[in-house]
Each structure stands twice: as C-alpha cells, then as structure tokens.
Write a protein that binds this ligand. Structure first.
Ligand code: SF4
Ligand code: SF4
Ligand code: SF4
Ligand code: FES
Length: 947
C-alpha cells in the first residue's frame, strides 16, 4: 500500500541532461539515469522485481527487458543507462512473451496461497503476474521446488519464509547499501541459491533488526509479524519517531485505531526511508498494559493510590501548589520538562512554571545530557545547535567521531555515516571503548584514539597544538570570520609545550604519533566534520570540550559549508527542541536570558503577567534545596529523574523530602513511585505536536489514535494552568506553535501549514530564511565573529585510588532507549534483557571474575551488582555499563560531580572497585521491595522482571 512512486533505480544528479524517446514520448533526464527510471519519469511503468529505487540496480530478474532501436537483444532497463537520442520500446509482443516466460518460472516455484497470504493485495510478485498477463503455468508445480522450506520466525518482529523467496537479492542489497550491516548473503548458485544470514537464524546473526530488508522485499518472504497478525493496513499517517535525536519520519500504517506497522517515510528529511529497530518495531509500549490511563492521587508515598476523575486530580494538584506556595513561598516549587515531550508541550510547561507558578525554577533532562553543548556552542559560535544537516556527511572527507556511538545511539545516521565511509571518507574515533564503527564490515577507523575517560580536553589541546605548531591553521578564514585577538590568545595557549601530544600522551593513554597523525588528517584531509555525543558533554569539563571542538573547527575553516561542522548527536528525540523552547531556568524560548529587559517585556506583554528576571534553580539545585527543606513541590512531565539522574539515593532522598510531587507520564516510572499526584500522559501516537531533531529539523508529530488517557499532554498542562487561575485556551497544538513563532525570532516562519507543505523545516526559519536553514554560519557566525576560547585541561576530581582503582563509564545500546521505560515494554528485550558490566580480561583475571559472574561495583556514592561480561572492547582499568534497567542501579554509583558551567553530571567518569559477589546490593534489595510495594499501590502487577 505504499503511497510513494517507486522509480526502480535511484535518481541521479548530473549537470548534463540526456533526451531519449520512450514509447514515442521524448523524455529528458540527468545523465546516468537508467532507462527504467526515465520511463517512470515519463509516466511509463516497466515491470520489475529485483529493482527498487532505494537500491542500486542488480539486473537479476530479467522482467524489465526493453527493446532499443538499432541495438541487438533485450537489455534490462534497470541496468541500462539512458543515451542521447535512443528510441526505447517497453511494450512489444516479443517483450510480453519474454516477461510471461520469466514470471512463469517464478510462479512455478511459488506457493500459490495468495488468498490466505498476509500480503494479499500488497505484493509485487502478485502485481507483476497481473501486469504481464500471466494466466497459466506450463511447467506445473510438481518439479523440484522450494515450497517446503522452513520458516525462520526467530526475530521477534518479522519472519522469513523462504518458500516465497524469488532470490531477487533486494534484502541482501538493502542490508549492505542502506543499513551497512552485511548480515545477509545469497548462498549457492542457480536453483540452489537462497538467502542466508550466516547463522542458524536471524536472531542469532549480525542482523540489527533495522527492517530495511523487510521493506525491500517484494514478496511476503520477509514480512512484519504485525502484518500477519492484523492484515494489510488501510490508511497511513505520517509522524515522527519518539525515540532518538535522529528524528526519523514514519508512516504509521493503520487499520482503524490499530497500528499495523510503522514504515520509514521515503521522503523523511532525516531518514529518507531508513529506520532502526526502535522506531520501526518497538512501538508496542504505547498500548502496553502497564500504561496508567486514569489519574491517581495519594497523601503520602506510603499510601495506596486512589483513582480519581481528571477534575479531582487537577484540582488537588492545584490546591497543593497553592498551599505549598502560601506556606513556603513562591520559590518552593518548580518543574521539569522533558526531551521526550513535543515542543508545544515543553513550551506550555515552561509557561506554566514561569507565568503561573511565578518562578523560573524550570529545567529539563537536557541538563544531564547536552547542556554543555548549549553553553559551549553559544559562547564560541553564537548558537546552541549543531551546524549541519545529516546529509552533509555525504560531502565529508574526514569524519571525526568523539564520545559518540552512532551505530547504537543514532542508528539511522550511523548507517548514513558508514555509507560515506565505504565511499572512502577517513575516520578518526576518540573513545575509551571500541565502538562498532572502529571496525565493522567495510569500515575501519584510520585512528582510534582510545583515550582514558575524563581526558577529552587534553586530547583537544594536543590536537590543537599540532594544528597550530605545524602551520595547519587556515589563517585567512580565521582573520575574516573570527575575532583575531581571541585566536591569538588561544594559539599561544595551545602552542605551549605542555599541550603537545608528547607531553599529554601518558595522561591520555594514547601514543603521541597517533594524535599528531589524526590532527594532520583532520586539518588537511579535505572537508572534516566533527560528530560528538555524551562522551563529550557528561564530564566535569563537558562545556570546555565543546568549546575546544568549536575552536578546532574554526581554526581549520571546517565550518560554514556542507561536509564540515560541529555536530552534537542529541540523545533523545527532542533534546534540541526542549532547549529551544525555554526549559532552562535562565532562558526564555529562543535562548534569551531572563534578565534581558526587551525579552522580559515581550513575554510579560504576551502572557499578561509579571515575570521573574532572575534565573531559577537547576535540577541538582532543586534536589539540594529539597533536602535542605526549602523546595517542596515538583511538577515533572515525561522525565524520570529517579532513574536518569546521578546519585540515585540523593535524588530519591530529595523526592521523599517534598510534600507534593506531580508526575505526568505513561507509566508508573521510578519518579512516580515518590509522587502524590499521577497525571497519565499520552504517547506520541496519541497527540499532535512537533519534535526538533539534532539537525534543528522540526517535524510534525501527528495523532494516529485517540489518547488512551483522554487528553494530549499539553491539554493536561493547560487544565492545571486554568485550575491555578491563569486562563489558557489553546484549541490545538498548532495554536501553541503559532504563539512560539510570534515570540521566537528563529521560529517566526514556522507554522503547521508550512510543515505540512515542506515536510520538515530546519530552524532558523524566519523572514531571512523562509524555507529554513540547513547549514549554519555560512557567511558569518550567529554571534558575528567566531570566538576562540581558552580550554585549559583540569583533571577531574574523581580520581582512581587504591580503594577505587577502575573507572566506570556508561553508555547505551541499540535496542534499548534511555531509562528503558518504553523499550523494556517491547520485544526489544530479546536483545538486551539486563544491563551488564563490561570488563577487560586483565582486570577480570586479577579479580577472579568470569563472564556471567555477579560482580559488585562500589563507588564513593554507592554500590550495585551486575553480571560481568569480559571483553577487550574496554581498555584495562575501565569498565562500562548501560543504564536501561532501573534495578541495575547504574546511577546509584555515579556521583554528584558535574560540568563546571552547566552542572551536567559527570556520568562518564566514576572511580570504582569491582569484586565477585553472590547477592544483590543492599540498595537493590531495598529497591526491589520498594518498587514491588509501589506497583501494588497502583493496583498493577509487576509486569517487568526484576532480577
Ligand atoms: S533487518 Fe536490517 S540488519 Fe537485519 S538483515 Fe534486514 S537489513 Fe540487515
Ligand atoms: S527474501 Fe525477499 S528480498 Fe530477499 S531475495 Fe527473497 S524475495 Fe528477494
Ligand atoms: S534512528 Fe532514532 S529516530 Fe530513527 S528510528 Fe531509530 S530511534 Fe527512531
Ligand atoms: S528489474 Fe531489471 S532485471 Fe530485475
């Protein structure tokens, strides 16, 4: 039921055009275009099976044969390029006969169960049999065939039924060309050839379940299990994935209010038809039985919850907020927005807090991930955002990945990056751990700088030193585009001998010659782009590293055009948007300081209320002040600080110290276990709004089903506003965007109508840039002249000692997402049922640890127990874990250390000791007891397993 035209082969770009005649019609197309594609452009459809326009042509099925005047034989139109003046015929009696013959062969080895087949009516083989007019099969069905081949149902989301396979190789090519995993091959020759995954089944293979092969398969051989269950979808709605910051566009294919499957949109600006396992398949959480759909209240966290009406819940929340403010003062309350919420929800929430609560005590979960990006890029370049589109990477010659793991964290962009690397771009990876990109099929890093956690600033200093002292600075660019005096100070600083690779090599744990070679490659290898992630920001010097990265890009003129730039890879779907929408305590929407008189006046007038001109509390400050007894109430929407923030015991102590915690979420998450009011939220499938991805791309989120809880989240916030006596009357999420556009200079040109027309828009979008801004800082930096900032390396205070001799660093895994509240409620647990701790064989042997043993991990903050996995991915002295399961308690051990500028926690460096144990930690035992009790209080059974 695809709503997109398939041109058979990819579109070509060329300055030269070719004119040819197809079935009597003159058609002009770019040079290099296939005859098949040209025919489609001219409105002529040529039968095809092995061709599809997301893949390079292969020429195996011979169904697309055409006649070309003056040429012998019948060339395949998918593999034959157009030529000037040729005359092509796509329909002749001879071609019809040949095509029928081809189809006869396919059909004689095909189970003719069309009527009961799950894709009946949505099958290209069926369509082609009709298109060539096949009426009979002369060979019969009794000969040798594949009809009894066994199905592979091991993948939780799709099945492979070889009896229906026509060996067109579309799946194999999709896995190679689109996904870059190379999990499939065609084994054997001739009649014996078959698709194979190299292992017993799909689940055990290298397959990462991206779904590209399923998408490409023209038959029901590879098919979503949800389609088998629900049948062929009836209609589709385009929306945006609610998982990571890539922001893939999907067509939710529906039957009534039932999602049948999520298909990546071919025209999606960020993903162009590709997906990863999360967006493609892991949407089942939206209708999971653990969803809480009725509001609940309780007096104390030791009481059972009482289900109440929406009116009662909202009025109770409002009365508690008023009571607490009357007793403890305006500043005793605050709120937290989330990067999982839409822009409109975040905007309304920060408005509630600033205009109605009357305080700037508002913060967002970006505090714990990319706040240093906001600070660092604003200081140096003038805008708190990445500089490029994802597509820009296709013009990069050198890709420098620092502290990011794109194939796990940003998989669709990771695949695009791998495509560029297979085309020959060079790769530098700076990461303590061997991420997949370092060595994967047909991709190998030129330099893997395996630095010690916590030494990023020193690495950037050493690279800068080489660039400055070896004359690799692009002085013309710096003179024209940057503040020359700031450059001179920076240049003199990085040129100091103590910043040389030789001086810093030991501290970094990286050979000086590798640093020198990587620096030369970055500065002289052509277009060089930096991509970084939380491995850069979540450090005590996160902001410093971000500024150092911007310095590097400016010094080498790797900014302001395609193929280059400074690109933070945002973790969650709307990290960029939640920051844009004014969720930090010191900034109104559009990153304008709350003390700026003109901005303050603008918002006071628009919101008709007096506003505070002093920054409010950040999350860690709210928690500290709560423990001190002065912060008493919190409104927390879509965020789970009890799992995602560092030093869990400190967070839960703070939550316990509050008198009213209001949680608005889908599930009874860890924070909700400390709440007094639970307002059930709506999933991304149940609401309208927008998300802004890592490339500043604003995309529509569209409601595909009614909210199970009755309301979209912005409506709930609006009800709370009204109950507190502030009139808010948005009728639709688009009204909120209209207000955002009116009040935010970078958004003045954004509207739902324009988003519907263009598909997506990259901000700034205003009078100057009516269609948005794919690449930033082209002629000048947003701040005018780019500013170099000194980035002095200050080692973290989190030191390894005899008591805590190892460094724990954390990250994420492809199949799970953040705190796991969504993905743990999907079949993705097939790949990651529990968090494990990776440890180097040397460290494991010293401690007598075997893979699979339970090990206790003790830090200055706390202790937890995880299963060990011995691997050389981590270096000696470093251990690694993920934090997707609350009972793992990864954040019980992380400390309160944080970035000097933004308080972003130092998740990536915790000094620990590890030893073999036989039982859970005390915290885990208490957690188990507490969470079981809380789940009972909510009248739920414990659906999620606690180990
Ligand atoms: S699902 Fe993706 S990774 Fe797995 S075989 Fe298909 S294309 Fe390859
Ligand atoms: S599984 Fe599908 S895509 Fe792959 S070779 Fe068979 S028919 Fe073609
Ligand atoms: S890459 Fe990110 S946005 Fe795209 S489907 Fe996967 S999780 Fe969703
Ligand atoms: S579509 Fe051209 S050979 Fe298969």
């Amino acid at each position: 039921m695809s709503k997109y035209t398939d041109y058979g082969t990819p579109a070509k770009v060329s300055d030269k055009t070719i004119t040819l005649e197809i079935d009597g019609t003159q058609i002009t197309v770019p040079e290099g275009t296939s005859i098949m594609h040209a025919a489609m452009v001219g409105g002529v459809t040529v039968p095809k099976l092995c061709a599809t326009d997301s893949l390079e042509p292969y020429g195996s099925c011979r169904l697309c044969l055409v006649e070309v005047e003056g040429r012998r034989g019948f060339p395949a139109s998918c593999t034959t390029p157009v030529a000037e003046g040729i005359k092509v015929k796509t329909q002749t009696p001879k071609l019809a006969e040949l095509r029928k013959g081809v189809m006869e062969l396919y059909i004689s080895d095909h189970p003719l169960d069309c009527l009961t087949c799950a894709t009946n009516g949505d099958c290209e083989l069926q369509d082609m049999a009709g298109a060539v007019g096949l009426r009979e099969v002369r060979y019969g069905y009794d000969g040798e065939n594949h009809l009894k081949s066994e199905k592979d149902t091991s993948n939780p989301y799709f099945q492979f039924d070889p009896s229906k396979c026509i060996v067109c190789s579309r799946c194999v090519r999709a896995c190679e060309e689109v996904q870059g995993t190379f999990a499939l091959t065609i084994q054997g020759r001739g009649f014996d050839s078959k698709v194979a995954s190299g292992t017993e089944n799909f689940l055990e293979s290298e397959c990462v379940s991206c779904g590209a092969c399923v998408q490409a398969c023209p038959t029901a051989t590879l098919i979503e299990k949800s389609v088998i269950q629900h049948g062929v979808p009836e209609h589709s709605v385009t929306t945006t994935c609610a998982y990571c910051g890539v922001g893939c566009s999907f067509d939710a294919e529906m039957k009534g209010e039932q999602v049948v499957r999520m298909v990546p949109s071919k025209h999606g600006g960020a993903n162009q038809g590709h997906s990863c396992v999360k967006g493609r398949f892991a949407w089942g959480y939206a209708t999971h039985k653990d969803r809480i759909t009725k509001p609940m209240i309780r007096k104390s966290i030791h009481d059972a919850w009482t289900e109440v009406s929406w009116d009662e819940a909202i009025n109770y929340a409002a009365s508690e907020i008023k009571r607490i403010q009357a007793k403890y003062g305006t500043e005793s309350i605050g709120g937290i927005t989330s990067s999982r919420c839409t822009n409109e929800e975040v905007y309304v929430t920060q408005k509630l807090i600033r205009a109605v609560f009357g305080t700037n005590n508002v913060d967002t979960c970006a505090r714990v991930c990319h706040s240093p990006t906001g600070y660092g890029l604003k200081q140096t370049l003038g805008e708190s955002a990445g500089t490029q589109t994802f597509d820009s990477v296709m013009k990069s010659d050198v890709i420098f990945v620092m502290g990011a793991n794109p194939t796990d964290g940003h998989p669709v962009f990771g695949s695009q990056m791998k495509r560029r690397l297979r085309q020959g771009a060079k790769l530098i990876v700076a990461d303590p751990r061997q991420i997949d990109l370092v060595d994967s099929p047909h991709v190998k890093a030129d330099y893997h700088l395996k630095l010690r956690p916590g030494t990023n600033v020193a690495l950037i200093a050493a690279i800068s030193h080489v660039i400055v002292t070896e004359g690799l600075v692009n002085e013309a660019f710096v003179k024209e585009r940057c503040k020359w005096d700031s450059f001179q100070v920076w240049r003199d600083f990085v040129a100091k001998p103590e910043n040389s690779p030789e001086a810093l090599s030991e501290e970094l744990g990286v050979a000086a010659e590798d640093i020198r070679a990587a620096a030369r490659l970055y500065a002289t290898g052509g277009n060089a782009a930096i991509y970084y992630g939380l491995g850069v920001t979540e450090h005590s010097q996160g902001s410093t590293t971000v500024m150092g990265i911007a310095n590097l890009a400016m010094a080498t003129a790797n900014i302001g055009r395609e193929g280059v730039g400074v690109n933070p890879l945002r973790g969650q779907n709307n990290v960029q948007g939640s920051c844009d929408m004014g969720s930090f305590p010191h900034e109104f929407p559009g990153y304008r300081h709350v003390s700026d008189k003109a901005t303050l006046a603008l918002f006071e007038k628009a919101w008709d209320v007096k506003l505070q001109n002093e920054p409010g509390l950040r999350i860690p400050n709210m928690l500290d002040v709560a423990i001190d007894g002065q912060f008493k109430a919190l409104y927390c929407e879509g965020e789970d600080i009890a799992q995602s923030d560092p030093n869990t015991q400190h967070v839960t102590h703070a939550l316990e110290s509050m008198e009213c915690v209001i949680v608005q979420d889908l599930f009874l998450n860890e924070t909700a276990m400390y709440a007094h009011v639970f307002l059930p939220g709506s999933s991304f499938l149940e609401k309208n709004g927008t998300f802004t991805n890592a490339e500043r791309r604003i995309s529509r989120v569209r409601k595909v089903m009614s909210p199970k809880n009755g309301y979209e989240d912005w409506e709930i916030t609006q009800m709370l506003c009204n109950a507190l006596g502030y009139k808010m009357d948005y009728k639709h999420a688009s009204d909120i965007m209209d207000e955002i556009a009116k009040l935010t200079p970078t958004f003045t040109g954004v509207s739902y109508q324009k988003l519907d027309e263009l598909g997506s828009i990259q901000w700034p979008c205003n009078e100057e840039h009516p269609l948005g801004t794919p690449t930033m800082h082209i002629d000048e930096f947003v701040r005018g002249k780019g500013k170099f900032i000194i980035t002095e390396y200050v080692p973290t205070s989190e030191k390894v000692t005899q008591k805590f001799p190892l460094i724990l660093t954390t990250g994420r895994i492809l199949s799970q997402y953040n705190v796991g509240a969504q993905t743990r409620r999907t079949k993705n647990v097939a790949w990651h049922e529990e968090d494990v701790v990776e440890i180097h064989p040397h460290d494991a042997e010293e401690r007598g640890i075997q893979s699979g043993d339970w090990v206790g991990i003790v830090s200055r903050a706390g202790e937890t127990v995880l299963r060990a996995h011995i691997t050389e991915r981590v270096q000696p002295g470093v251990i690694y874990t993920t934090f997707h399961h609350p009972e793992s308690g990864a954040n019980v051990i992380t400390t309160d250390n944080s970035d000097w500028a933004t308080n972003c926690p130092e998740f990536k460096v915790t000094a620990v000791q590890v030893s073999k144990v036989t039982q859970l930690s005390d915290w885990q035992k208490q957690y188990q007891h507490f969470s079981e009790e809380q789940i009972e209080f909510a009248g739920k059974s414990n659906a999620l397993k606690i180990h």
